[in-house]
Unconditional design. Structure first.
Lengths: 1024, 525
């Protein structure tokens, strides 16, 4: 069983050799065949012989510094280090001899002569390789004494919020430095001084926090002592058991070992055998998990009749009954299609599947959509149309076989850091790089990496640029004719070739539109078509455009035309934003598709589901998210069940969304925090974090990985259980004993998942890439190998149609948005962690030229105005953006980035055009009117939360602002206002009144600590 | 017109050669004498620097040590015609110190104007390269193998074999790297050659490039050698202009070019793998071998990395044939070695001789015994990692294998002599201290061991649990010998153990006592 792995994983000392040639060696009398190029140390480990070591670990290249792993080899002089000595045929090795024993003990004696003897009080006690090795070599005394030179007085660097660096414990094995270089690729660490003075240093004698360190944790992971140690371990001690699970942040889907003490997480450690991450991690997954038990978590169901009322804590039964009655009431009054649901890319496949099933079977409507609508829906459409399957074609491992990479509209080092590290590793090995992005992302130039081409495309012109590249490839005879002839539809290809070959699609003709010099486009196209294995990685900078689907098809065209599909090292690779974007799409979350991307109007498919679910399903597609808002405003859509998604903060044109929500009668939000959407909700169902439930996530490489419960749901129910309860209350029975049964149902109904089960996933080592069925019982790492899923690949015409959103005299700048490393999406999770230290507000990046034109200096407050709205951000004047383009992130609700974005959408999928908004910027001195209103509304909602009627009268209310280190701008609870205005619901009864009284007095106490605040304006006025 | 040679060598400049040259020019002008000053390299008779030579029909007449104040008197005495003077030593070539040498590699050093291509060619320069241009690469390699030339940097690895390995690799890009980070105490032959005959090194590297298929080279020069760097850079420029470097050497269609890189300023940078790291712009940490630099060297490419003297000995091997060179020397130590005499000696300097003479000959016949006039007691041969030899070992022939037999090494050919006032326990401590200061810090035995070594020796000297500490010191030496990653930690025990074994009384020990474990701890070379 994967859950019961030993605490310390087996370390083979040096990385595996990829040679297929076997070499026979004899180690301590045991003959073993190992791949050529293996180290003696690794060969011994394969034979079950553990040679003592300190500087060697199998995630890093051999280094040979500690000198503990010395061995004797017959016919060779001296004592070679087994880690740096490759095996040779016929080699006879002895790993334990009296001489080796003496040497190792004497080396260890030297180590310990400069090491504190505080094992019993050391944080690494029980998990220290130095301690282990001292035991293994039998060190019994240190003849040098302890009066010599030493580093015992060296001071600890505690600057990083997650780990400390205690140089007095350092044995200078360089594992941290090498991990930073080889695994992470940041090169933030070095060794300063030499000889005995050699010390690990971050940056140029900076503290860890001030240095270039990105807190990926690779160094901490690599450290064999307590020198680099997680603060949680220092505080809590060593874990006593561990559980393998999957990270809930980005679409890389890293496998982690949750190291536990009872129900408490001690630390999250990237799992070495995780196939997506191969033992690596980023700051978010590795360290920023504290939000899961943050005191802002809402752990009791709540309801209220109106959003101007305070919340009332109720039992699960009452909350579910109330929600069901409201759905029924609304449907009775406004019709069946007046309600709908939104699934989340952050929840498990099983949960997502259940929500769409709930909507289709229990609500009886197809009004279900997913947040993937607003990110990767064009990927689904574009790839399905051209290749036949709505998913990326490769494994992450595939990048290690690529020769030339296009990274387009993605910033992997910020948004997919673990993949970025793999990519950088390959680039350092010599692969070529083409970056297509309006902004100079880190990959363009970073330590030991320089893009061969950076094409700074003007936002909104991706299609024109890719078509121009295709033009070069077609005109210059660089098409892989054999591949195209064998694998693609001939007629469509010929049409496409004629189309791209037209003079108006040449780089020269489109230069004025794209802003990219023609020669650069030509160079990049030639490089991509001629360098060998070509792969394309792209992100939301491709999809979130009014031409998102066209650009995805242009990417597929490019890959087909150059023969870069169907094998290792090539392919089309959408980098998914959230952990389960792929899965939420796979699970039938779209209004027009049942699980497995099958159209709802297909009678055969629908009948199959009708039979399995025992209900009649609507044959027509339901509402998409933007349609839901429009329908709400026009009065036909009144009820919404929204699980794990914050539509108010993440969807474009915030004011439009807020108005839509306010016009609805029942909004049921299921989340772990009172997010922006929940401020408009009537029913709040406390969600469970990924640590609290079983299920699966599907990452960007179609890898279905197990999520395993490491602690009981804090609110008493996992999300899937709440969905079942709601369904049952609505009269449609859902009875599952465990999420594995949900997956079994998915497998029965979905051909691409036919072979998937929790048992199967465990058997395959923790994950499987779909399709997994009779044809591919162990899953499908690479898609479209012999033929495309749709048979022949289909080239699509990619006519460039400019976005409506263009820079004008009134709005001369183009705003594009993105992410930064330390924060994630709407920030609900990362803002509740010390990641705030790196990024505590969203900034507006603006080119020095544009800034100067407007008298804007670094740090100034800048109003950003579009035709949708206006918000104010502080300026970061930088050349990362090109003139005419400004950039920001959307991690903080008060930033209001989406107040500015418009409701323009992709022509095919309605994916919002987040990446292009025409704006004007000007220097101001105070926040925008919207921000002032937001602030008042938010404060009021927090006070309504703080004033909530407690289900448990013994608990004092928590102050709203204090509990949350992230909500710096949260106002204190208004004194008097809340206690006086709290209406006592009729059904609350005596206990409820007592609770209100208690709440009021608690609120008053809090009020004394903060400054008095005005009574908030009525909410409806605040938002008009 | 009289030609007067005033060395421009660092050693000569250090004792005032520039002032002497200026004084000669001034004096000649004042007297209306027609004098041409040539700034040559040093002859290596360092106690005579500034050694001024005047060209006469009877050959070059030596005057030294000349100071600026001596110049008018020398003119007065008629030195322009080779007249006698208190500072006159007669014809330079007849000075026994020079006359008794066998100068192959240093044949031109001190004789020619280092930057004169004409001088160089007139004295046999470029003949080796010309010959190499007409040969197949493997034939060049064979010639070097045949000559028996071994690495003069200290490791004594057969140069031709190293070249053969590089030649046999298939890579399109290979490099020649010259290790000119001469950092051993008491050594200066690399510097003298680079300053006195830079074309010899350039020619040797070009031949190496032709031999192994490398088209580019680097000379990694100790940063404390500014004159050597200047001489090399000037010489490279001139050689390139004359078509001896570049894409098409002398119209042969074969190319080689090179550049000088200033070293990073640490002893360890002279260790070949550290040097490669440093050349790549990284911290000079020792690399584990394998892979050998010959297979994966600079920037991961096959690389010949040789010492200055090894490479500068190649032209004569090519021009005169392997046999000519091989005929010098003894056993497996073929050819000559430029010994460098330093420390407490009357006549310090450079003595190029075939292998096989004794240390005693060097110390007395050339060195003239101690400078202090007191009896010599110990000699460290081969730099700071070489053993201290007591008088009982001074008759062992200077031969790589014979020295290994007595747990000593020839190294780079430097020797530092001490008289009977030396405290050998202090010297042992110094050996450890040197290792501690210069350790790159990568491997544990060297990084921590050297510091502990100093501390243990100090305890011995203070008679603090002396017997146990001596055992500990021997254990430590064994750990460093057997466990270190490179020669710095691995050979530091040589001077320490030799001091302990041969001079136990300096450690406060009875001789029998100290020597008891010596045999068990004999180094494995």
């Amino acid at each position: 069983m994967l859950e019961t792995i030993i605490k310390r994983e087996r370390d083979f000392g040096t990385p595996p050799s990829d040679s297929t040639e076997l070499v026979r060696v004899t180690i301590d009398g045991t003959e073993i065949d190992v791949p050529a190029g293996s180290s003696v140390m690794r060969a011994a480990a394969e034979a079950g012989i553990n040679i003592p070591k300190l500087c060697a670990t199998d995630s890093l290249d051999a280094f040979g510094s500690c000198r503990l792993c010395l061995v004797q080899i017959e016919g060779r002089r001296g004592y070679p280090a087994s880690c740096t000595t490759p095996v040779e045929a016929g080699m006879v090795v002895w790993t334990e001899t009296p001489k080796l024993h003496e040497l190792r003990r004497n080396v260890m004696e030297l180590y310990i002569s400069d090491h504190p003897l505080d094992c019993l009080t050391c944080p690494a006690n029980g998990d220290c390789e130095l301690q282990d090795m001292a035991g293994v070599v039998g060190l019994r005394n240190v003849r040098y004494g302890f009066d010599g030179a030493n580093h015992l007085a060296d001071q600890t660097d505690d600057s990083n919020p997650y780990f400390s660096y205690d140089p007095s414990k350092c044995i200078v094995c360089s594992r941290c430095v090498r991990a930073c270089d080889e695994v992470q690729g940041t090169f933030a660490l070095t060794i300063t001084g030499r000889g005995f003075d050699s010390r690990i240093t971050a940056g140029q004698n900076d503290s860890f926090l001030e240095s270039d360190c990105v807190s990926c944790g690779a160094c901490v992971q690599a450290c064999p002592t307590s020198t680099l140690m997680e603060k949680t371990v220092i505080e809590q001690g060593q874990a006593e058991h561990s559980v393998i699970t999957t990270c809930a942040y980005c679409g890389v889907g890293c496998a982690f070992k949750a190291e536990m003490k009872g129900q408490q997480v001690v630390r999250m450690v990237p799992w070495k055998d995780g196939k997506a991450n191969r033992g690596h991690s980023c700051v978010k997954g590795r360290f920023a998990w504290g939000y899961a038990t943050h005191e802002d978590r809402i752990l009791k169901p709540m309801i209220r009749g109106d959003i101007s009322e305070p919340w009332r804590e109720v039992s699960w039964e009452e909350a579910i009954a109330y929600a069901a009655s409201e759905i029924k009431r609304i449907q009775a009054k406004y019709g069946r299609d007046s309600v709908g649901g939104i699934t989340s890319s952050r929840c498990t496949n099983e949960e997502t599947y259940l929500v769409q099933k709930l909507v289709r079977a229990a609500f009886g409507t197809n009004n279900v959509d997913t947040c993937a609508r607003v990110c990767h829906s064009p990927t689904g459409y574009g790839l399905k149309t051209t290749l036949g399957e709505s998913a990326g074609t490769q494994t992450f491992d595939s990048v290690m076989h690529t020769d030339v990479v296009i990274v387009m509209g993605a910033n992997p080092s910020a948004a997919h850091p673990v993949f970025a590290s793999r990519l950088k590793r390959r680039l350092r090995q010599g692969a070529k790089l083409i970056v297509i992005d309006p902004r100079q992302i880190e990959l363009v130039e970073s330590p030991h990496i320089k893009a061969d081409y950076h094409l700074p495309v003007r936002p909104g012109t991706n299609t024109a640029l890719l078509t121009a590249m295709a033009h070069v490839i077609a005109i210059e005879g660089l098409i892989d004719e054999a591949f195209v002839a064998e694998r693609c539809e001939t007629a469509a290809f010929e049409q496409w070739r004629d189309f791209v070959s037209r003079p108006e699609n040449s780089p020269e003709a489109t230069e004025s539109e794209t802003g990219v010099p023609a020669e650069q486009v030509r160079g990049a196209a030639r490089l991509f078509a001629t360098q060998g294995n070509g792969s394309i990685y792209y992100g939301l900078g491709v999809t979130e455009h009014s031409q998102g689907s066209t650009t995805v098809m242009a990417i597929a065209n490019l890959a087909m035309a150059t023969g870069n599909l169907g094998r290792e090292g090539v392919g089309v690779n959408p980098l998914r934003g959230q952990n389960n974007v792929q899965g939420s799409c796979d699970m039938g979350s779209f209004p027009h598709e049942l699980p497995g991307y099958r159209h709802i109007s297909d009678d055969t498919v629908r009948t199959q589901f009708e039979q399995a679910w025992g209900v009649e399903l609507q044959p027509e597609p339901g509402l998409r998210i933007p349609n839901m808002f429009d329908a709400a405003l026009s009065g036909s859509f009144k009820g919404l069940y929204c699980q794990g998604e914050d539509i108010v903060q993440s969807d474009p044109n915030t004011q439009h969304v807020a108005k839509a929500l306010m016009s609805m009668e029942c909004i049921i939000v299921q989340d772990i925090f009172l997010n922006e959407t929940a401020k408009y909700a009537h029913v709040f169902l406390p969600g469970s974090s990924f640590l609290e439930k079983d299920g699966t996530f599907t990452n960007a490489e179609r890898r279905i990985s197990r999520v395993r419960q490491v602690m009981a749901p804090l609110a008493g129910k996992a999300d899937w259980q709440a969905t079942c309860d709601l369904s049952n209350a609505l009269g449609y029975p859902m009875h599952y004993r465990h999420p594995s049964e949900i997956m079994d149902e998915i497998a029965r109904l979905t051909p691409t998942f036919a072979g998937v089960s929790f048992k199967k996933i465990d058997e395959l080592g923790g994950s499987v890439q779909w399709p997994c069925n009779e044809r591919a019982p162990d899953g499908t790492p690479i898609m479209h190998v012999d033929e495309f899923v749709r048979g022949k690949g289909r080239f699509m015409i990619t006519q460039y149609v400019p976005s409506d959103e263009r820079s004008t005299r009134k709005y001369p700048l183009l705003l594009t948005t993105g992410r930064i490393l330390s924060q994630y999406n709407v920030g609900a999770q990362t803002r509740r962690t010390p990641n705030l230290l790196w990024h505590d507000e969203d900034l507006l990046e603006i080119h020095p030229q544009d800034a100067e034109d407007r008298g804007i200096r670094q740090g100034d407050m800048v109003a950003l105005q579009s035709r949708s709205g206006e918000t104010v951000l502080r300026a970061d004047v930088t050349e990362r953006v090109q003139p005419g383009v400004v950039y920001t992130t959307f991690h903080f609700p008060e930033s209001g980035a989406n107040v500015v974005t418009t409701d323009a959408t992709d022509w095919a999928t309605d994916c919002p055009e987040y990446k292009v908004t025409a704006v004007q910027a000007r220097r101001v001195t105070e926040p925008s009117p919207w921000q002032a209103k937001w602030s008042r509304f938010s404060d009021m909602q927090l006070s309504l939360l703080a004033a909530r009627e407690r289900g448990d009268a013994g608990l004092a209310a928590k102050p709203a602002g204090q509990a949350d280190p992230g909500s710096r701008k949260a106002a204190p609870v208004p004194v008097g206002a809340s206690s006086q205005s709290v209406p006592v619901p009729a059904e609350a009864g005596a206990a409820g009144i007592a609770a209100v009284a208690a709440t009021a007095s608690a609120a008053t106490d809090v009020g004394r600590e903060g400054s008095p605040a005005e009574c908030p304006a009525p909410v409806l006025n605040a938002q008009d | 017109m009289a030609r007067i040679f005033v060395p421009k060598d660092t050693t000569a400049i250090a004792v005032g050669a520039d002032a002497v040259a200026q004084a000669i020019a001034n004096e000649a002008q004042a007297r209306g004498a027609d004098v041409q000053l040539v700034r040559n390299g040093s002859r290596g008779l360092l106690w005579l620097e500034t050694l001024v030579e005047v060209e006469t029909p009877a050959g070059r007449i030596a005057y030294g040590p000349v100071e600026a104040a001596d110049v008018p008197g020398l003119f007065d005495a008629g030195w322009l015609s080779g007249a006698s003077h208190a500072l006159c030593h007669g014809p330079t070539e007849d000075i026994p110190y020079l006359k008794n040498q066998e100068r192959l590699t240093f044949a031109r050093v001190g004789v020619i104007d280092p930057l004169s291509l004409d001088d160089y060619a007139m004295h046999g320069g470029f003949q080796g390269l010309r010959k190499a241009l007409s040969m197949e690469p493997s034939a060049i390699v064979d010639e070097v193998v045949e000559s028996g030339l071994r690495g003069r940097g200290g490791a004594a690895f057969p140069t031709g074999i190293k070249w053969k390995t590089v030649l046999s690799t298939g890579d399109v890009q290979k490099y020649i790297v010259c290790n000119a980070d001469e950092g051993d105490s008491g050594t200066f032959s690399d510097r003298m050659l680079m300053e006195g005959d830079p074309y010899a090194l350039i020619e040797g590297m070009a031949i190496a490039g032709l031999a192994v298929g490398a088209n580019y080279g680097y000379i990694y020069v100790r940063s404390e050698y500014p004159f050597a760097i200047a001489a090399l850079e000037a010489a490279i420029g001139l050689a390139r202009r004359a078509g001896w470097l570049g894409a098409d050497i002398q119209g042969s269609g074969r190319g080689f070019d090179l550049e000088v890189r200033r070293a990073a300023g640490a002893y360890i940078c002279g260790e070949e793998t550290s040097l490669l790291e440093s050349l790549e712009g990284k911290r000079a940490l020792v690399r584990a071998k394998p892979p050998l630099p010959a297979i994966q060297g600079l920037f991961g490419r096959p690389t010949v990395i040789n010492n200055v003297i090894s490479l500068a000995s190649v032209p004569i091997i090519l021009s005169k044939g392997a046999a000519y060179y091989r005929d010098y020397g003894m056993g497996r130590s073929r050819g000559t070695l430029p010994f460098q005499l330093a420390g407490n000696l009357k006549h310090g300097g450079l003595v190029e001789k075939a292998f096989g003479l004794s240390l005693r000959e060097l110390l007395y016949d050339f060195g003239g015994g101690s400078a202090s006039g007191r009896p010599l007691r110990a000699v460290q041969v081969g730099g700071p990692l070489g053993a201290y030899l007591p008088e009982s070992q001074w008759d062992v022939p200077l031969d790589y294998e014979a020295y290994i037999g007595i747990s000593a090494m020839l190294g780079h050919g430097g020797l530092v002599a001490f008289d009977d006032t030396v405290d050998m326990a202090k010297m042992a401590s110094y050996a450890m201290e040197f290792c501690a200061i210069e350790s790159c810090g990568k491997c544990t035995p060297c990084r921590i061991g050297a510091v502990r070594g100093v501390e243990v020796i100090e305890k011995i000297r203070r008679n603090q649990a002396r017997e146990q500490q001596v055992d500990l010191l021997r254990d430590l030496c064994d750990t460093m010998l057997s466990g270190s990653l490179c020669a710095l930690g691995g050979m530091t025990p040589y001077p320490v153990l030799s001091a302990l074994d041969h001079f136990p009384e300096d450690f406060g020990l009875e001789s029998a006592n100290a020597g008891q474990n010596a045999a068990a701890n004999a180094p494995i070379a």
